[in-house]
Structure formats: structure tokens, C-alpha cells
Design a protein around this ligand. Structure first.
Ligand code: TXA
Ligand code: MG
Length: 315
């Protein structure tokens, strides 16, 4: 098990030595390493058991600083950065030479974002390199939203876990890029599509490219619990699966089951997003055989929640 604490100094010391540190962000915990040190970055892939064709997001502390790592920020994306950074938005931008190919899996674009978490922003300002950080979970499994989640799964692989409490957004960042002057969204996430479209107009949704190496996080099966997650009408499915755990949203319309979790009693999508991965973990640890859930309204953060549920339900 790793040591957990709130010391920026300890975290930055380990990172400077090329070691791995789990960092809090507003979305999920990240498994961080010096993005400019290929050996350290290789350690991230190894710890996560992540295929090297799946590139990493780099984290920095400001729009201005991002220019150190990318050639330019096209106008519409700059508008988004100015509007939403720090926040759950990742931009795909032409990388500068100093960003190692290992970080981008050989692609010309690097994924970059400014996370909205006070501790991590302070940490980023205390070091002179950006942090490459994928979600701090074993490849394919549910992302961690608390230090304890990280410790349970990767505790023996990280030098330190920087404790920033539970993640407020709870779902990964929205990934956005531009192709031939058209703004494209590659992963739905903590920043709702509607918010993005308010700034740049209609976007092109390119989220279902499971075989597209430009967006491997969009693999069909991802974010998956160990137990089978079955989507569809819970009441009907409970007739088929007697020993089921249920994740639901709003009012309850089924009889008591062994384990259940309400994502948001008041049907608040933000709250549901923040609870999603926690709920999946809890139900996964229950004694039920399967997990049942229904899709949420396909609007705002509901879209990203549904995207995660669908991928989590594929084995
Ligand atoms: O909220 C988040 O984005 C969290 C926190 C820690 O920042 N990070 C995260 O990282 O979700 P990860 O590695 O679990 O997911 C990153 C996604 C992957 O699907 C990856 O394929 C995609 O970003 N990605 C990274 N670099 C890319 C690139 N150069 N081109 C296309 N997709 C890229
Ligand atoms: Mg991930």
C-alpha cells in the first residue's frame, strides 16, 4: 500500500525522481509521471497494464503554460480553453518536439488539460514539467474517485497518493479537437456538450470509433466492473436475475434487493456523475451476481454517464 497524504513537497520530490504519484483532479484520480521523462512515462503504462497504443493526457496549470508543449491553439479551441480551464476539458493539439512520442503513442497531437483542483494546480506550479496522467485504475476497469480506490488497486505501484478528497465531477474530461475547421468531440465527459456548443456552435461527435487509434479510450469495453452490468428496464430484469444489485436514478420503482444505489434521489445529473464510479464499485463489491441499471436522460452530463454505462456493460 502507498502512503497517502496532502504534502505537495513529498509529491513533487517523488515526481522529480521519476516516480509515480497519484494526483487528485476534479474528474478522477490520475496516475502521474513527469511527461518529459520517457522512463517515468513507461512506468505509467506498466503500472496500469495499459497498451502503449493508448496515449496519455498531459496536465499543466494554465493556458499560457500549455503553449510550451503545443505548436498552436486554433481559435475555437482557444476559446474553449479560456472558457473552461481549469476544468474537465481536454484538448488535442499539435505537439511540440519536446513531448515524447511515447506520451502520444506516436500521434502528432497531444492531449492536454488544466485540471481544476487546488492541490494539483499547486503541485503543477511547483515542478518544471507537465504531468502525464491517465486515470489511476488498471486498464479497462472503473476509474478511481477517492484516494482509497487508488490504494486498493494500484497501491503497490505508486510512491505516494496525494489526497485531495473525493472527486467533485466524478467522470473523466471531455476530449475535444479540430479537424478541417470543424470542432470534434472524441470522448463525452465532465463538460457537457451543450456547454461546448454555446461557445463554438455545433460540434461533430466522433465518439464511437472503437477501432480508431486516435481515440483508444473509446474502446467498446472500458470502465467495466468485474460483475456483469446489464442495462435495461430494471423491473423486468429483476424477474430474470434474482440476485441482482441495482443502480438507479430518482424514484425507486422496484422491490427491495440485496444491494442498491441511488445515483441521485433528486434526479440531478451532476450528482449522478459524481456518484457513478463509486456506485459501480460498491455494487461490484456486493454479494449480488449481476448489476442492473437503466440509462439516464440523454442530455447534459447524462450523455457521458450513459456512454460510461454502455462501455461498462460490454464484456
Ligand atoms: O479526466 C481525465 O481526463 C482524467 C484525469 C486524470 O485527467 N484522465 C483520463 O486519462 O481519463 P485516460 O488515460 O484514462 O484517458 C485518456 C483518453 C484516452 O482515451 C486516450 O486514448 C485519449 O485520452 N487520448 C490521449 N491522448 C490522445 C491523443 N494524442 N489523441 C487522441 N486521443 C488521445
Ligand atoms: Mg481511463
Amino acid at each position: 500500500m502507498a502512503s497517502i497524504g496532502k504534502s505537495i513537497e513529498t509529491a513533487s520530490d517523488f515526481l522529480k525522481k521519476g516516480q509515480l504519484v497519484a494526483i487528485p483532479t476534479e474528474t478522477v484520480y490520475g496516475l502521474a509521471a513527469n511527461a518529459l521523462d520517457t522512463t517515468a512515462v513507461a512506468g505509467v503504462f506498466e503500472a496500469k497494464n495499459r497498451p502503449v497504443f493508448d496515449p496519455l493526457i498531459i496536465h499543466t496549470y494554465s493556458v499560457l503554460k500549455a503553449h510550451d508543449y503545443v505548436k498552436s491553439i486554433p481559435e475555437p479551441l482557444l476559446k474553449l480553453a479560456n472558457a473552461f480551464w481549469p476544468g474537465p476539458l481536454t484538448l488535442l493539439l499539435e505537439k511540440k518536439e519536446l513531448v515524447p512520442d511515447l506520451v502520444t503513442s506516436g500521434l502528432d497531437r497531444v492531449a492536454i488539460r488544466v485540471p481544476n483542483h487546488a492541490l494539483t494546480l499547486e503541485l503543477l506550479k511547483s515542478i518544471d514539467f507537465p504531468l502525464a496522467a491517465p486515470s489511476a485504475n488498471p486498464f479497462g476497469y472503473v476509474s478511481p474517485t477517492t484516494p482509497e480506490h487508488v490504494n486498493k488497486q494500484l497501491g503497490d505501484k505508486v510512491a505516494y497518493i496525494l489526497d485531495g478528497g473525493p472527486c467533485e465531477v466524478g467522470i473523466e474530461s471531455t476530449i475535444v479537437g479540430i479537424e478541417e475547421n470543424e470542432v470534434c468531440v472524441y470522448r463525452l465527459g465532465g463538460l457537457a456538450l451543450e456547454e461546448i456548443e454555446k461557445i463554438v456552435g455545433k460540434v461533430n461527435l466522433k465518439i464511437n470509433s472503437s477501432s480508431n487509434p486516435a481515440a483508444p479510450g473509446q474502446l467498446k469495453s472500458h470502465y467495466a466492473p468485474m460483475k456483469q452490468l446489464i442495462l435495461g428496464n430494471v423491473k423486468e430484469n429483476l424477474k430474470l436475475y434474482k440476485n441482482a444489485a441495482v443502480i438507479y436514478f430518482g424514484e425507486k420503482d422496484f422491490d427491495n434487493v440485496g444491494a442498491e444505489y441511488n445515483l441521485s434521489p433528486t434526479k440531478n445529473l451532476k450528482e449522478a456523475a459524481a456518484n457513478l464510479f463509486f456506485a459501480l464499485r460498491m455494487m461490484d463489491e456486493s454479494i449480488a451476481d449481476v448489476i442492473l441499471c437503466e440509462l439516464l436522460p440523454e442530455e447534459g452530463l447524462g450523455r457521458a454517464i450513459n456512454d460510461r454505462l454502455k462501455r461498462a456493460s460490454v464484456k
